[in-house]
Design a protein around this ligand. Sequence first.
Ligand code: FPP
Length: 252
Amino acid sequence: MSIRLPFFNKKQKKTEEIKPDNIPEHIAIIMDGNGRWASRKGLPRIAGHKEGMDVVQRIVRAAVNYKVKVLTLYAFSTENWKRPKPEVDFLMKLPKEFLHIYLPELMENNVKIETIGEFSSLPEHTRKAINYAKEKTKYNDGLLLNFALNYGSRYEIIQAMKQIVSDVDEGKLKKESIDEDLLSNYLYTKELQDPDLLIRTSGEQRLSNFLLWQLAYSEFWFTDTLWPDFNEEIFKQAICDYQNRKRRYGGI
Ligand code: FPP
């Protein structure tokens, strides 16, 4: 006698549905793999960044749809200045191009634009485009689209420590009052809750100086997919997997 097992293949597998009551409120993404995507297609690296820019908007739409509160995207790190100048120049033009194309839709979707990182060292044209978008979207209270631009976590923590020391020296702060909440309030992210979910694309499994303090209790989710190939379905899978995890914050 043979036992008949149910037959499944990938196509037939029912995609899990997202539970609307357990959406990660803050999702952070390390958008990696643009260069490799382009090289594999015999294209210049910047073609990968351009494609990656359009993926950003597709994921923003999905995040709006799922009512995610904050989406923090690692768009340029403090280490990325080491890249060839033409690539850096291209990356610095992307925010303007992105906003030129998508700001009307972002407004329609009630998206608010913010940034974290050392803003003042960005080129003037980049700052101008972003400042315009920040001003235009400042009363929007839907998704907060937060670009990490010229962002480095160690730098952020050192700046916070310097400011704390100076506030203690000036008598504005007592050494005894330094605790986790206080330090959090000296970071770029002081207005934000910590990420619930971190996604990194392209198969790399490291943090690359991204939100080291803020990710202490976040769930990590990695995919081999290169950022330009990332899509709504994979994003949904990341959220489904997040919903199947048990967050214990060190408890049992
Ligand atoms: C890492 O891939 C990606 C970046 C350093 C840039 C990310 C930027 C975008 C996805 C576009 C941003 C869009 C806006 C709107 C600002 P990589 O170049 O390191 O890829 P590789 O590891 O394959 O070389």
